[in-house]
Design a protein around this ligand. Structure first.
Ligand code: SAM
Ligand code: SF4
Length: 456
């Protein structure tokens, strides 16, 4: 076989590179022009412990965030449909040797969960499931997605369903594409094969090559928005960052487009997981790695979940994160159970969605429920070329403002609506294109008059 795109020896050699100051300056000059970096350049930066370079990396990450993403922050919620799992991933509460009453949602239960999510104002979901070909086959996942898209509550509707399910076949990816999923998300967990095999003791997920080539099959199946990620804490984070870069470059070379998003989950405690993680990433290193990914792939969305605290989320939004989850439950049926007073897995940010949205506005950020790109066919390389040309800004801020207005009208109380109106008014002048700015003003009035789902 040709050399696999994740080459352990090669990554280890890269981790020994020590770049001179002038070389690091050259790389940072390149990063400053929003060109992105290749994996060799990322290796040179990751190995520096000189604070002056890190200061500059944070500053460039902040500039990229501001210039490309502005102040908008996209919101989504996870929806766990089934916790049946045949795998034994040592870090996960769903692993097959954990004994608890497993559950998968019936279509009525899906509707009940989605009703609650729609009542929170969510428009974008990430469907999550354990791997179990018998209890959670692809046809069941497809039926769930169809049910979600069909469910409407007043003005509420889910407009984009992203999917985070186990690595599968080209045929199954085609089915997911045909049903209209947004991004197919799969975390690599760790790029280091030895660590991967240590943590994945049994089940189909144990096959490192099958897992690592999942996005190749997804793209062959026609899915062009794929979302990667690493579970930080399983292995050396520097190795993982280089793994992410090499994976991204592999997809770019082979399919013309790399990751649409990168998620950066850090390991959390879970039921039946009674071990400490020797590679647990400190808060300082975590901030560094987020900033580094931001400058390396400026046009790739970065996602953080409620695994992180409010303070950490706030810091990371400044230097790279463009999407966060809010009001989340990470249990099957957890939204309904919460409403009924049942117990819930303790998250590090367990504020309700409206608290998070209000907090974002107080921070001067624009919460966005936008789902326009994929519905306008701006996916894969079409999205990337628009992003790289800088023209994406002409649609992102307007769509963020329009979806925030919708949210305020449908779900906000008076205090919320006033805050949102004030924020929207202050951001309109930042829309550069005269025609777009005027259309936004007209559309805000149309929304007040009862129309919905107006987007660019
Ligand atoms: N079962 C599928 C899989 O493993 O790819 C997808 C869904 S799984 C519920 C989603 C992700 O949760 C996993 O990819 C893993 O990275 C993450 N996860 C599992 N246990 C975790 C833990 N203890 N702390 C943080 N994230 C965890
Ligand atoms: Fe958990 Fe996914 Fe592993 Fe199953 S396959 S044990 S859900 S991480």
């Amino acid at each position: 076989m040709d050399k696999f795109f994740i080459d352990d020896e090669y990554i280890k050699k890269l981790l020994e590179v020590r770049a001179a100051d002038d070389e690091i300056d050259r790389i940072l000059d390149k990063a400053e022009s929003f060109e992105g970096l290749n994996h060799r350049e990322v290796a040179a930066l990751i190995n520096t412990d000189d604070e002056k370079h890190w200061k500059r990396i944070f500053s460039i990450a902040g500039k990229i965030k501001e210039h490309i993403y502005g102040e908008r922050i996209v919101l989504f919620a996870p929806l766990y449909i089934s916790d049946y799992c045949v795998n034994k991933c040592r870090y996960c509460g769903f692993k097959c040797d954990n004994k608890f009453n497993r559950k998968k949602l019936t279509m009525d239960e899906i509707r009940s969960e989605v009703k609650i999510l729609e009542a929170m104002g969510h428009k974008r979901l990430a469907v999550e499931a354990g791997e179990d070909p018998v209890n959670c086959p692809i046809d069941y996942v497809l039926e769930c997605i169809r049910t979600i898209y069909d469910m409407k509550l007043g003005n509420g509707e889910i407009r984009r369903v992203n999917v985070n399910i186990a690595a599968t076949t080209v045929e199954n990816y085609k089915k997911l594409k045909d049903i209209g999923i947004g991004t197919y998300i799969l975390f690599q967990e760790t790029y280091n094969k030895e660590a991967y095999e240590k943590y994945h003791i049994a089940g189909p997920k144990r096959d490192y090559y099958y897992h690592t080539t999942a996005f190749d099959r997804a793209m062959e199946g026609g899915i062009d928005d794929v979302g990667g990620g690493v579970l930080f804490g399983l292995y050396d984070y520097k190795y993982e960052i280089l793994g992410l870069m090499l994976h991204n470059e592999h997809l770019e070379e082979k399919f013309g487009v790399g990751f649409h998003t990168i998620s950066v989950p850090r390991i959390c405690s879970a039921d039946g997981v009674d071990r400490s993680f020797e590679y647990a990433v400190s808060d300082d290193d975590f901030k560094k790695l987020v900033a580094l990914i931001r400058i390396a792939v400026p046009f790739t969305g970065m996602i953080i979940s409620t695994r992180e605290t409010m303070e950490m989320r706030k810091e990371l939004i400044k230097t790279g994160i463009s999407q966060i989850s809010g009001g989340s439950s990470v249990e099957v049926g957890g939204y309904t159970a919460r409403e009924e007073g049942g117990s819930q897995f303790r998250l590090k940010d367990d504020r309700s969605a409206d608290d998070i949205i209000y907090w974002l506005m107080e921070e001067g950020l624009v919460p966005s429920f936008c789902t326009a790109c994929y519905r306008k066919g701006r996916t894969g390389d079409r999205f990337m070329s628009l992003a790289k040309s800088g023209n994406i800004k002409n649609v992102c801020l307007p769509n963020a403002l329009l979806t925030l207005k919708e949210y305020a009208l449908d779900y906000g109380n008076e205090r919320f609506a006033n805050k949102a109106d004030e924020l929207i008014k202050s951001k309109i002048p930042f829309i550069k294109n005269d025609k777009v700015r005027e259309t936004v003003k007209e559309n805000l009035v149309r929304l007040e008059n009862g129309e919905r789902d107006l987007f660019f």
